[in-house]
Write a protein that binds this ligand. Structure first.
Ligand code: HEC
Length: 125
């Protein structure tokens, strides 16, 4: 009888240990690939890309809102990557294109994965 009790406690310990380990693995830093890309995109958009100084999420500032840009690109099936590499014409607000053009020095120099992250971030709106 005593033997069973010891075994029972051991088994319980093993099971609960396994459970603790599981919860430790599911931490907020354990983001999916897509979430990581969006986080990187936001970091560049707000940081070294300096895009946030003209583009707010929902409201027009110096440039159109991210939401407006995303909606127009979706509706017209636009190629944002081509635009940011200066290989496609503006489709959102061509009258203000000169202002946006100054940023191509930045966007053209971004590593491929960072440019794609910025685009994914904008498209998520
Ligand atoms: C100095 C202000 C300013 C900054 C900084 C800026 N933009 Fe813009 N952006 C604009 C303006 C104004 C427009 C509207 C003109 C246009 O549509 O090209 C625009 C338009 C756009 C468009 C829509 C283009 C289209 O098809 O019409 C995209 C995409 C965009 N910006 C991305 C970015 C990204 C990414 C960054 C950061 C690397 C950035 N912008 C930084 C002012 C800015």
């Amino acid at each position: 009888m005593k033997k069973f009790l010891v075994f029972g406690i051991l088994a319980l310990a093993v099971v609960s240990c396994g459970k603790t380990k599981e919860t430790v693995e599911v931490t907020p830093t354990n983001l999916s690939e897509k979430e990581q890309q969006l986080a990187l995109g936001k970091k560049i958009f707000d940081g070294k890309g300096a895009c946030a100084s003209c583009h707010l999420p929902e409201r027009k500032a110096i440039g159109p809102s991210i939401k407006e840009i995303a909606e127009i690109y979706r509706a017209q099936n636009g190629d944002m990557k081509a635009f940011l590499l200066e290989k496609a014409e503006p489709i959102v607000d061509p009258t203000q294109y000169v202002t946006m053009k100054t940023n191509f020095v930045i966007t053209k120099r971004l590593p491929e994965n960072e440019l794609e992250a910025v685009i994914a971030y904008m498209e998520s709106f």
